[in-house]
Design a protein around this ligand. Sequence first.
Ligand SMILES: Cc1cc2nc3c(=O)[nH]c(=O)nc-3n(C[C@H](O)[C@H](O)[C@H](O)COP(=O)(O)OP(=O)(O)OC[C@H]3O[C@@H](n4cnc5c(N)ncnc54)[C@H](O)[C@@H]3O)c2cc1C
Length: 393
Amino acid sequence: MNRYTESDERRALRREVAKLAGTYGREWFTRKARAGEKTTELWLEIGRAGYLGVNIPEEYGGGGGGIGDVAAVCEELAAQGCPLLLMVVSPAICGTIISRFGTDEQKRRWLPGIADGTGTMAFAITEPDAGINTHNITTSARREPATDAGLEAGWVLNGRKIFISGIDEADHVLVVARTEDAATGQVKPVLFVVPTDADGLEARPIPMEIVSPEQQFQVFLDDVRLPADALVGDESGGLAQLFAGLNPERIMAASFSTGLARFALDRAAAYARQRTVFRGPIGTHQAIAHPLAQSKIEIELARLMTQKAAALCDAGDDAGAGEAANIAKYAAAEAACDAVDRAVQTHGGNGITQEYGMAGLLVATRAGRIAPISREMILNFVAMHSLGLPKSY
Ligand SMILES: Cc1cc2nc3c(=O)[nH]c(=O)nc-3n(C[C@H](O)[C@H](O)[C@H](O)COP(=O)(O)OP(=O)(O)OC[C@H]3O[C@@H](n4cnc5c(N)ncnc54)[C@H](O)[C@@H]3O)c2cc1C
């Protein structure tokens, strides 16, 4: 093995996941999405097989691997046309934060379900007014003393979240709220695991144009009362805990994009090899072949950077991983948008039929330029941190 080849174990993992996802396939996935149904069978099957929680510590029911492993699973599912967005959230963001900062009791309570898919956890940071400027979130956490009526001391959450993926499929949601530092008055982020059936929590679906079984929701938190041990990590160190989830989030989002890009490109190349309208298949024409070759190059570059980011993250180099994960996420989203657009064009009219399913990928890949962090904010990050330019926002 050399430095640029993944380990035999990782490659075997990719093959096994691709095989399993291939038994479901794009047509099954799209049918489920259009019927408003869920893809729970696939979620639970990858959970049972140990792929969903491959990055969760072994002692809590996981595979003991790293972000690079779970990112490979995410990519291979998408490359078979079965992208599972909740992988970004449940095992990668929530699983990483709880593994790193949860108490033993919290790890025992939540990680096994995250690992085998029976206890999925959503993640809620975005708010309607704060948008991508998460420093401005207003969801508040207030300490609450024990009551005479017998309620234990704990916390009360109030606020509103938006675009929260898959809360209807999750038992819990990891909510980012804020408390005020008593000494300085500065806002500190704090994280709470909230049961999705808690009194005072309401989720309303947002009609989206994405062809996906996983939906986005507005979430209302009105006087949601939580026990003291719902708080994950240190009350005063919330920023470090939150940041621990960000590199995995970006690496997973990049893998989601490169997987979808590979899927679209494979279908486009197959179509270009067989579709004939003048002399020879349309792939003979460089106007068709070159854009597809360009996509191959862009996807491979994005994959390489994603693997680098994952390797740095798994080696504990959070700063190095931060730059690489942002670059990977940017490159992967761009590669995916372009690959799908070219795949649609290659298919001609068939590119926008439901039968061929290419146009249905346009919005899913386009979302990669916006979420979980937008391309503009990545450019801001690179300008500032990689190039030393003044902060622009
Ligand atoms: C499919 C999908 C799933 C999602 N899932 C989740 C989830 O599970 N949990 C969760 O918490 N959130 C989730 N989100 C929310 C996502 O993280 C946000 O949409 C994203 O952070 C952008 O925030 P916004 O939509 O409010 O855009 P805004 O913050 O309103 O930004 C609008 C535009 O302005 C640009 N902009 C803003 N400020 C600047 C600046 N200083 N410089 C340059 N450009 C700027 C942005 O880049 C963007 O293009 C999801 C979103 C989508 C689309």
